[in-house]
Design a protein around this ligand. Structure first.
Ligand code: PXG
Length: 465
C-alpha cells in the first residue's frame, strides 16, 4: 500500500487526489486538470501548502477554526478521550461523560430556556434533526398538519436531502430531487442587490413581512417553523437591515410557529457573543450548532432545544439519531474548545480588539474603485464588487466571473478570501491579531488592485443593463 505522507511530491499527491478523491461542490474533471492545492499544516491563522507557501486563512478553514490552528490542548483532549473511551453510543439507555458535560455546558451558555441538546455529526445532520423533531413536536401536540418550514432563498443550511431543502440555494435544488415537500422559501433581506430604490430599513421590513404573508397564505395550522441564519454566511455574508429581525421576531411571536436560528456559522463567538441570536436580538426555540463548537478540530453538531419543545418530545420515543450523536472524542474536543474560548476571553478579544480593528480596516476598502459596500459584524465580513457604486450595478459578465478573478488574485497573494458570486467574504480565526489583520487587508487591497487591472485588460468593467 502506498504510504500517503506530506513528503510525496506535490504532483504525485495531486495525481492521486485527481484519480481517487471526489471533492464536494467541485467540478472534479476540471480540478483534476488543474490539480488541487495541498494543504499540509497550519498554525495560528496561517496555512502551509505542500510547496511551502504560507497563506493567511481569512476563512478559518470553512468558517470554523475559531480558536486558530495548532492548539495542543485540543490534541491532548482528543488523545486522552481516545485512550479512555473512544466510542460508545447514547442510544440504548446509556450515556457517557463527554456528552453529559458538553450538553450541560451548552445549556449554560445558550440563552433563555435553551437547555437541551440533541447531538449530530454536522450542521446538515442537525438541521435534518430539526425537521423531524419539529414535525414530531407538532404531531405530539395534536397538530399534525403543521409541517411546513419557511426558509429563505439563498440560505445555506447544509447539503443533505433535508438540510439542502431547507437551504435556498438554486444550484443544490437543481440536483437530486430537492426540495422535499413542505419547504417554502421567501426572499432574503439582501438590500445591496435586491433593495432597488427602497431604504434599507423599509426593505428589511418588507422582506420580514413576507414571512407573515406566507403564514397567512398557508394558514397558521400548516406552518411548523421559520428557519434562518442570523447573518447569512455562505450566501455572501448578508447582514440584514436593522429592521429585519425585530419584525421577524414579532411575527414568530404573534403566530404559533417555532423559530430556528441556524448558528452553525454565527455561533461560538463569530459575531462577538456566544451566539449570533444574542447579537441580532433573536429569541429562538431551537439553535443549530456545528463548526465553531469544536473549532473544526472534530466533526460535531447539534440542536439546542427549548425546555418547551424538549418536554413535548420527551413524552414519546423519538425515532431519530446518528451513530456519532455525542461522539465522545468530538464532545471532549468541543468541551476543551469551549474552555479555551472562555479562559482566554476570546469573546472579549473579538469585541474589544479584533472586531473593531477589522471593521475600521475592512470598511476602508470602500475607497477602492471596485468596492461598493463593505459589511461586517464581529468577525464575518463581505464586500460587494461593482462596476458602478452609485447604482449598485451588477457586472455584465456572468455572475461570479469577477469574484473568481479576485479570489484567484487573493490565493496568488497568499490570502484565503472566498467569493460568493461577485461578493468577497472573510471569516478569519477569532484569535487574529491587529498585525495579522493589517496583513490580511494589505493582501486584500493588492488583490483588488490586480483584479481591477485584469478587468480593465479583459474589458470586463461593464455594468449589466
Ligand atoms: N448551516 C449553516 C449556516 C452552514 O453554514 C451548515 C448548516 C451545514 O453544516 P455541515 O457541517 O453539514 O457542512 C452550514 C455549512 C461555503 C460553505 O461555501 C459553507 C458551509 C459548508 C460548506 C461550504 O461557504 N456551511
Amino acid at each position: 500500500m502506498t504510504a500517503i505522507t506530506n513528503h510525496l511530491p506535490t504532483a504525485e499527491l495531486q495525481a492521486l487526489d485527481a484519480a481517487h478523491h471526489m471533492h464536494p461542490f467541485t467540478t472534479n474533471s476540471a480540478l483534476a486538470k488543474k490539480g488541487a492545492r495541498v494543504i499540509t499544516r497550519a498554525s495560528g491563522v496561517t496555512l502551509t501548502d505542500s510547496e511551502g507557501h504560507e497563506i493567511l486563512d481569512g476563512m478559518a478553514g470553512l468558517w470554523c477554526v475559531n480558536v486558530g490552528y495548532g492548539r495542543e490542548e485540543l490534541a491532548e483532549a482528543a488523545a486522552r478521550q481516545i485512550r479512555e473511551l473512544p466510542f460508545y453510543n447514547t442510544f440504548f439507555q446509556t450515556t457517557h461523560v463527554p456528552a453529559i458535560a458538553l450538553a450541560a455546558k451548552l445549556a449554560e451558555l445558550a440563552p433563555g430556556d435553551l437547555n437541551n441538546v440533541f447531538f449530530a455529526g454536522s450542521g446538515s445532520e442537525a438541521n435534518d434533526t430539526n425537521i423531524r423533531m419539529v414535525r414530531h413536536y407538532w404531531a405530539l401536540k395534536g397538530k399534525p398538519t403543521k409541517t411546513i418550514f419557511i426558509s429563505r432563498k439563498n440560505a445555506y443550511h447544509g447539503s443533505s436531502m433535508g438540510s439542502g431543502s431547507l437551504g435556498g440555494m438554486a444550484g443544490i435544488h437543481a440536483q437530486g430531487g430537492l426540495p422535499i415537500p413542505d419547504i417554502h422559501h421567501i426572499n432574503q433581506p439582501h438590500w445591496w442587490s435586491e433593495g432597488g430604490d427602497m431604504s434599507p430599513e423599509d426593505f428589511g421590513l418588507a422582506r420580514a413581512q413576507e414571512l407573515e404573508q406566507a403564514i397567512l397564505e398557508f394558514g397558521e395550522d400548516r406552518v411548523a417553523a421559520f428557519i434562518a441564519e442570523p447573518i447569512q454566511g455562505a450566501g455572501g455574508v448578508i447582514v440584514p437591515p436593522s429592521t429585519y429581525w425585530p419584525e421577524i421576531q414579532r411575527i414568530c411571536d404573534k403566530y404559533e410557529i417555532l423559530l430556528i436560528a441556524d448558528e452553525v456559522i454565527c455561533g461560538f463567538g463569530r459575531t462577538g457573543n456566544w451566539f449570533g441570536s444574542e447579537t441580532l436580538g433573536i429569541r429562538p426555540d431551537i439553535m443549530t450548532i456545528a463548526k465553531g463548537l469544536s473549532s473544526g478540530y472534530a466533526p460535531i453538531g447539534g440542536s439546542i432545544v427549548s425546555d418547551e419543545v424538549a418536554s413535548v418530545i420527551a413524552q414519546d420515543e423519538f425515532n431519530h439519531g446518528y451513530t456519532y450523536s455525542g461522539h465522545p472524542v468530538a464532545a471532549a474536543v468541543a468541551l476543551e474548545n469551549l474552555r479555551i474560548i472562555e479562559e482566554e476571553n476570546i469573546l472579549g478579544h473579538v469585541r474589544d480588539v479584533a472586531a473593531p480593528y477589522l471593521k475600521e480596516k475592512w470598511e476602508s476598502l470602500t475607497d477602492h474603485p471596485l468596492v461598493g459596500e463593505a459589511k461586517i459584524v464581529g468577525m464575518m465580513g463581505s464586500i460587494a464588487l461593482t462596476p458602478n457604486k452609485a447604482t449598485r450595478a451588477a457586472f455584465a459578465s456572468e455572475e461570479g466571473t469577477v469574484g473568481y478573478i479576485c479570489r484567484e488574485r487573493c490565493f496568488a497573494n497568499n490570502l484565503v478570501m472566498r467569493h460568493v458570486g461577485d461578493r468577497m467574504i472573510i471569516s478569519p480565526p477569532l484569535v487574529i491579531t491587529p498585525e495579522q489583520i493589517d496583513t490580511l487587508i494589505e493582501r486584500a487591497r493588492k488583490s483588488l488592485d490586480e483584479c481591477y487591472a485584469a478587468l480593465k485588460e479583459q474589458d470586463l468593467l461593464h455594468a449589466a443593463s
